[in-house]
Design a protein around this ligand. Structure first.
Ligand code: FES
Length: 111
């Protein structure tokens, strides 16, 4: 496996349009979890960590509440814009931490 292949997170088609999936990025120190959100041919990635209390955003591992261009934290209902990660409502004061992505050949990769 080449170095670039090691950064493939998933295929674009693995993410239902308008929804989200989780992804784990491994590292020597345990890695970190991402939420990958799709809007058509665009994909947005954020740390799967709510800025309210640091809990994961998903209600079950890899299952997220996404509606009308917003992702809702399953713990206390903070709401964030899918396209920017900005806090839109609820108990968050800050937005989600964005991770840059590359879409190439139908694959979603880290740069
Ligand atoms: S932990 Fe997400 S809203 Fe409280």
């Amino acid at each position: 496996m080449s170095e670039s292949r090691s950064h493939v997170l998933c295929r674009l088609d693995d993410i239902p349009d308008g929804e989200a999936i989780g992804a784990h990025v491994p590292s020597a120190t345990g890695g970190f979890d991402l939420v990958l959100l799709r809007q058509g041919d665009r994909v947005f990635a954020y740390h799967n960590e709510c800025p309210h209390t640091g809990r994961n955003l998903d209600w079950s591992p890899g299952r997220f509440l996404v509606r009308d261009g917003r992702i809702i934290c399953a713990v206390h209902g903070a709401t964030f814009a899918v396209a920017s990660g900005a806090c839109l409502g609820g108990p968050c004061r800050n937005g989600l931490v964005a991770i840059p992505l590359v879409l190439s050949d139908g694959e979603v990769r880290l740069p």
